[in-house]
Design a protein around this ligand. Structure first.
Ligand code: E4P
Length: 227
């Protein structure tokens, strides 16, 4: 018997705040949801709240992640309380993996365990470890930004993956910060459970230039035969 195996349940995420791209690409079942951050929201010139409303309306079986703003614990906590009120329970919260962020994650996990938490701006195995200890659902290692700092992101992802295994931590790894296809491939091969990818890279993955060339020739031949 052939069983249908579409791979890991985690699928992949879109890294964008562009609603048109989100609507277009969400037709694919293998897109599990969307990750946003203040920079991505700034690009689309929208207020965070109106964007949250728009995307939540589009999604029923997909997941949106919104980043908690602020640097001090107080600022982050205030923004978290705000997001609790204005987002649906299924919307996930991205929290920076800093001392204040880890304190907030602990509070969220203790008091609102129904909320999915993604610990973001991860540049080290140690941040990944602490995020795992505090009970994060996901962590987002920043692949391209690490490469820019001469840090090997794939070794970091590999080590976190192994550490979670030996420490029996259930936190999952969502590779983030990508600028090309090779970074995505290497991140997944290093043990990331999933990746969050800008639409432009997803499109380049789907529209391989050589495949397009081959298709053009097949199409020409098909038309010639019809004549
Ligand atoms: C997603 O969770 C991250 O915020 C995003 O991938 C960061 O990407 P950048 O490094 O291209 O800003």
């Amino acid at each position: 018997m052939i069983t249908k195996n579409r791979g890991k349940e985690d699928k992949l995420f879109l890294d964008t705040a562009d609603k048109d791209e989100i609507v277009k690409l969400s037709n694919f079942d293998w897109i599990k949801g969307v990750t946003t951050n203040p920079t991505l929201i700034r690009y689309v010139h929208k207020k965070r709240q109106s964007l949250i409303d728009e995307i939540e309306q589009e999604f029923d079986d997909k997941k949106l992640f919104v980043q908690v703003q602020g640097r001090s614990y107080k600022e982050m906590e205030e923004d978290f309380f705000y997001l609790l009120e204005v987002t649906s329970k299924t919307t996930g919260l991205k929290v920076p993996t800093t001392e204040n962020g880890l304190e907030l994650i602990q509070k969220i996990k203790n008091e609102h365990p129904e909320r999915t938490v993604l610990a973001t701006i991860v540049y080290s195995v140690e941040q990944g470890y602490l995020a795992g200890l505090v009970g994060c659902d996901w962590i987002a290692p920043y692949v391209n930004r690490m490469e820019n700092q001469n840090i090997n992101p794939y070794k970091i992802v590999q080590d976190i993956h192994q550490l979670y295994h030996v420490q029996n931590l259930s936190t999952k790894i969502m590779g983030a910060s990508f600028k090309n296809q090779a970074q995505i491939r290497q991140t997944l091969l290093s043990g990331a459970d999933t990746v969050t990818v800008p639409p432009i890279i997803i499109k380049s993955m789907m529209n391989n230039v050589l495949a397009e060339e081959s298709l053009k020739v097949f199409q020409q031949h098909a038309q010639e035969e019809e004549i």
